[in-house]
Design a binder for this molecule. Structure first.
Ligand code: LMR
Length: 328
């Protein structure tokens, strides 16, 4: 009982943004894993809740549970299917159990920047991916951006051989596993909420993530600097249960869809600058940020890109070609 009360107090304290829902309102619980402040996803989730609670007052009520308070990403999709929460926005790397198509987003060095990711996601091929898991009960509503991934470890990483033999935390993704194996490292799948502790205690030596996650989770404090590799992306799918979504009153679904589309457009346009701000905060905190020469970066491309071949049948060569075509 004490533990339950303590957990409830924690949720209340951290979730000051929780709206009190009234009788008759459709309750939309949104569980995610990042911080809310200075984070592309955290800010977007808060804005979505603010607008839903204001503009849909009496019809719908959104409660956001950030920072893995309720579920980590491995649990939240099951929780959606069970009806315990109604909305989540896991990174695209976390849908492995539901579709192999999303592996396109984990292949290293596919997209040169977030604008290219945006063009691909908004193309007919990209939009089709949102509904590719409906057979499994999940409906994607929007892609949200985070940004390009950087690499860090407990030693400087300049050449891919610097990573040899090191243990790297990865998300639940076989592509990311293959990516680190390609440079002779030992990847370990692990929930986001456990990464700081694992880096601090030496359970893993390094990790890959965006500036906003490296700053927001304080990974830089327990790493020997960060190398600006821009080798891949972390983006999100705002996802819900197909049954729940189809069961909503049409006017609730339509108004919510409109608000979500507007929030998506507004916040996606800011994701790169939010990450840049986090990069500057890391530099200001005194952590070395290392950049690579064109030649040094090419060595990472040469080492990691062969991974594409292994996953081309899962993803489809056509989809890979389409994705690449959005780099200009
Ligand atoms: C991670 O697990 O590293 C990220 O997917 C976390 C997040 O949601 O940005």
């Amino acid at each position: 009982l004490a533990a339950t009360a303590a957990a409830a107090a924690l949720v209340l304290a951290a979730g000051a943004a929780h709206a009190d829902c009234q009788d008759g309102e459709t309750v939309i619980k949104f569980s995610h894993v990042t911080n809310t402040d200075k984070h592309p996803k955290g800010i977007a989730a808060s804005l979505l809740a603010e607008r839903v609670n204001k503009e849909m007052d009496g019809k719908a009520c959104m409660q956001v549970f950030p920072s893995s308070q309720l579920y980590n990403d491995d649990q939240v999709l099951e929780a959606l299917l069970a009806g315990d929460v109604q909305l989540a926005a896991p990174s695209l790397s976390k849908f492995e159990k539901f579709t192999k198509k999303f592996r396109i987003f984990d292949l290293p060095f596919v997209f040169t920047d977030v604008d290219a990711v945006d063009r691909f996601q908004n193309s007919p091929d990209g939009q089709k991916l949102k509904t590719s898991m409906e057979r499994r009960g999940l409906t994607g509503l929007a892609f949200w951006h985070n940004g390009m991934k950087q690499m860090s470890a407990n030693k400087p990483l300049i050449h891919p051989s610097d990573a040899e033999g090191l243990k790297f935390r990865i998300q639940q993704s076989d592509v990311l596993q293959a990516q680190f194996e390609a440079i002779g490292a030992n990847p370990q799948k692990m929930a986001f909420s456990e990464v700081y502790g694992a880096l601090q205690t030496g359970v893993v030596d390094g990790q890959e993530n965006t500036w906003s996650n490296i700053y927001g989770q304080k990974f830089f404090e327990v790493q020997d600097g960060v190398t600006e590799t821009n080798h891949g992306i972390i983006d999100y799918l705002v996802v819900t249960s197909t049954d729940w979504w189809n069961g909503l009153d049409a006017d609730v679904r339509d108004q919510f869809s409109t608000i979500l589309a507007e929030v998506t457009q507004t916040r996606n346009a800011e994701s790169t600058s939010v990450n840049e701000h986090n990069k500057q905060l890391i530099i200001a905190a005194g952590s070395p940020v290392r950049t690579l020469s064109a030649e040094q970066r090419q060595a990472w491309v040469d080492a990691m890109k062969p991974v594409w071949d292994r996953f081309k049948d899962d993803i489809g060569q056509d989809l890979i070609d389409a994705a690449v075509s959005y780099n200009v």
